[in-house]
Write a protein that binds this ligand. Structure first.
Ligand SMILES: *[C@@H]1O[C@H](CO)[C@@H](O)[C@H](O)[C@H]1NC(C)=O
Ligand SMILES: *[C@@H]1O[C@H](CO)[C@@H](O)[C@H](O)[C@H]1NC(C)=O
Ligand SMILES: *[C@@H]1O[C@H](CO)[C@@H](O)[C@H](O)[C@H]1NC(C)=O
Ligand SMILES: *[C@@H]1O[C@H](CO)[C@@H](O)[C@H](O)[C@H]1NC(C)=O
Length: 413
């Protein structure tokens, strides 16, 4: 199973730098490392990130009713947090508050330290789960950049910086798209289909996750079956199957849904949420951090006699410039944007935010043969779980409690 996402944040010039009147941004941030309180900050960070993930999910689902939804909240918030390093005053506050940080409880400095630390830890090579994340800046060769900004993005976020010539938009686009394609193993081949005029800087973040099921599906058991888009329509999909798996499960009668956790080898897990027929909207509208917590707290290992799940690959493409203002992030997209901690002048604003994500679900696990007792337990009421109608997936890194990806599958075809 693989999830891959990339976000491109494009900044354009408001007016030629020489004609712009601006004051040099003063620096308040130091990158000293405070080990103390890190635990606390990482919890605050995780809970803000979860809040942002679910808030953004609702906006995306509302705008794309009945469509598949796939995105990486962590990739989006990482890029926006890096952007906030270059922002000042209300432009900066809007970004951080839009990311659900309460600035009376956590300082800007703590956010950057926590985030930098989290991203670094996630991309540490580990043989069990493959998570790879990183950021890069593409800066126009004629765009002056404050060295503090470049140093901070490198020190806190290990962001690579590249010089591009945006007067040659096709070449600049190719440079960025090739970089992203390479980092995402070719899964996101063209992040930008075109670059806007007057682009002078592009910020890119990518996140790649490849998990292996702790209990793999046996490809020999995969068969063609119906997936019901709604009460009337269905499509044929390859359906994977496991007989007799013991895995955490909870039935939420109040919200009319079943929740199943499937673990990956390593420290990641996937929560599959299957609303009863016609109940998707009800579940979506009650989706809060507390709902997720309630489910996680009440999951209990259960025997699922017959588990069926489609095998699929879906991808999405979002322009977040229209969505982020609904979360309060507005100024940075306007001529009033203050990104003067990047250039020293108020001559930049964000003109485009592109997010692409790919989700592949398949049988892959660590072992070649499914290590499941084949229905050796006979129950009076066999529990079956058939993901043959729209469902949601939430992928979490359990170590940091970070939501890496959120998806809704309305049509696996
Ligand atoms: C932020 O935190 C303060 C102090 O804990 C609290 O009083 C306030 O209501 C919080 N603001 C928001 C928007 O949650
Ligand atoms: C692609 O990535 C690999 C490994 O990160 C690197 O060695 C290689 O130079 C990259 N290729 C391009 C075209 O960027
Ligand atoms: C999972 O996380 C725990 C707690 O952070 C850590 O001790 C353990 O090494 C991790 N396991 C793997 C396989 O990474
Ligand atoms: C799938 O079937 C083939 C051919 O019958 C067999 O060789 C293989 O071991 C089976 N694979 C698994 C994982 O059971």
């Amino acid at each position: 199973m693989a999830f891959i996402a990339a976000l491109g944040l494009l900044m354009a010039g408001i007016c030629p730098a020489v004609l712009c009147d601006g004051t040099l941004g003063r620096d308040t941030l130091s990158h000293e490392d405070h080990g103390k309180g890190r635990q606390l900050h990482s919890l605050t960070l995780a809970s803000s990130n979860t809040d942002f993930a679910l808030s953004l999910y609702k906006k995306l689902a509302l705008r794309n009713p009945d469509k598949n939804v796939v995105f990486s909240p962590l990739s989006i918030s990482a890029a926006l947090t890096i952007l906030s390093l270059g922002a000042k005053d209300s432009t900066m506050e809007e970004i951080l508050e839009g990311l659900k940080f309460n600035l009376t409880e956590i300082t800007e400095e703590e956010i950057h330290q926590g985030f930098g630390h989290l991203l670094q830890r996630l991309s540490q090579p580990e043989d069990q789960v493959e998570i790879n994340t990183g950021s890069a800046l593409f800066i126009d060769k004629e765009q002056p950049i404050l060295s503090e900004f470049q140093e901070k993005t490198r020190a806190l976020y290990q962001a690579e910086a590249f010089i591009a010539d945006f007067k040659q938009p096709n070449e600049a686009k190719k440079l960025i798209n090739d970089y992203v394609s390479n980092q995402t193993q070719g899964k996101i081949a063209e992040l930008f289909s075109d670059l806007e005029e007057r682009t002078s800087m592009v910020l890119v973040n990518y996140l790649l996750f490849k998990g292996k099921w702790k209990v793999p599906f046996n490809p020999n058991d995969t068969f063609e079956s119906e997936f019901y888009l709604d009460e009337k329509r269905s499509v044929k999909v390859p359906m994977m199957k496991i007989k007799g798996i013991t895995t955490p499960y909870v039935r939420d009668e109040e919200l009319s849904c079943s929740v199943l956790e499937l673990k990956y080898t390593g420290n990641a897990s996937a929560l599959f949420i299957l609303p009863d027929q016609g109940k998707m909207q009800q579940v979506e509208s009650s989706l809060q951090p507390e709902t997720l917590k309630k489910w996680k707290d009440s999951l209990i290992p259960r025997i699922i006699n017959d588990l069926r799940m489609p095998k699929f690959s879906i991808s999405t493409d979002y322009s977040l410039k229209e969505v982020l203002p609904e979360l309060g992030i507005k100024k940075v997209f306007s001529q009033q944007a203050d990104l003067s901690r990047i250039t020293g002048t108020k001559d930049l604003y964000v003109s485009q935010v592109v997010h692409k994500a790919v989700l592949d679900v398949d049988e892959t696990g660590t072992e070649a043969t499914a290590a499941t007792g084949v229905a050796t337990v006979i129950r009076r009421q066999p529990r079956t779980l058939n993901f043959n109608r729209p469902f949601m997936v939430v992928i979490t890194d359990m170590d940091s409690q970070s939501i890496l990806f959120v998806a809704k599958i309305t049509n696996p075809k």
